[in-house]
Ligand binder design. Structure first.
Ligand SMILES: [Mg+2]
Length: 314
């Protein structure tokens, strides 16, 4: 498999757009994206993160064109849905343990049983940290069937990680959970073989997808990248993994991806260009529609008008 994962900056995304359009021209196809670090810039706390407006508009347009647009995140699915704000999407949350499909929630039954364990383990970690001194930087997020301890606000993040990781391992063992790392976080999950990779595989099966593009930026997205690589070896489905690379991106993310773009702005612009290209392809197939107008790549389409009236150039 070719490794062409030098991140392409905003002005050089054309080859990524081209590759995505080829995959998404399969029928049925889906575009899948993570939230934090792909369509939403990493913020000091998860509550301050905001989805890029251009990215959200592009996802809305794509949802009208593709079999599915899915958001696959470590956040609780309701939190993801609220952030993205598009009811027509599929929201897979808590790394695959929960979903909201066009408004209807679902939780993995075995994960449901772990709620009490997650709450107890988080409380134990928090108490241990506070027992060692003031920790105004500590942010404990109970996401229901998973939990996250954030240390991005710590004055010395490496020291915070060194303190938190053993505490999390002890708590995880006591409560039958698993620890997984992330960017400036330690995460607790039920000890189930469920991750973004298994969730994406389920979507491919359930929707009978023939084309899938996935945008990810962190270690938990690598499960998705690997699942999609395996799927294209196993069956007639085209898959494409796009890494969204920032200064904090672990090396394994780029290694597991097919292509890469540089940060949230380039990811958003890529999504917007894909949406514009697919709109234009539809118009060409369906015969003459409204007159086209030419926009720059960074023009922001008005999704409230349905996107159909937005001609473009790539
Ligand atoms: Mg992410």
């Amino acid at each position: 498999m070719s490794e062409e994962t030098t991140p392409l900056p905003l002005e050089e995304i054309a080859p990524v757009v081209e590759a995505c359009v080829a995959v998404l021209s399969q029928i049925p196809s889906a575009l899948i994206t993570d939230i934090d670090g792909t369509i939403s810039a990493i913020a000091a706390t998860p509550f301050e993160a905001v989805v890029d407006r251009i990215a959200a508009q592009a996802l809305a347009r794509l949802a009208g064109r593709l079999a599915a647009v899915a958001v696959v995140s470590g956040r609780a699915p309701a939190a993801g849905a609220e952030m993205v704000g598009l009811p027509g999407l599929i929201y897979v949350g808590n790394h695959g343990m929960e979903r909201i499909v066009r408004g209807t929630p679902w939780t993995h039954p075995a994960a449901e049983a772990a709620r009490a364990a997650i709450a107890a383990a988080l409380a134990e970690i928090e108490a241990e940290v506070r027992a060692q001194g003031e920790a105004p930087w500590l942010l404990v997020e109970n996401k229901g069937v998973t939990g996250t301890v954030h240390y991005r606000l710590a004055p010395d993040p490496a020291a915070a990680a060194a303190m938190l990781e053993p505490l999390a391992r002890v708590a995880a063992e006591r409560y039958g959970l698993r620890v997984s790392p992330g960017r400036m976080i330690v995460e607790l999950r039920p000890a189930l073989g469920v991750n973004k990779g298994t969730a994406i595989r389920e979507l491919v099966d359930e929707l009978g997808l023939r084309g899938v593009v996935f945008f990810g930026d962190d270690v938990t997205d690598v499960d998705g990248f690997r699942a999609l690589r395996a799927l294209r070896e196993e069956r007639p489905v085209l898959t494409l993994n796009i890494a969204v690379l920032g200064p904090e991106t672990p090396e394994v993310v780029a290694e597991a991806a097919d292509l890469a773009v540089a940060g949230v702005p380039a990811c958003a612009a890529t999504l917007a260009d894909i949406a514009a290209r697919l709109d234009r392809a539809d118009e060409m197939t369906e015969g003459p529609a409204e007159a086209h107008t030419l926009h720059d790549n960074d023009a922001t389409p008005d999704v409230t008008r349905g996107g159909r009236d937005q001609g473009e150039i790539g």
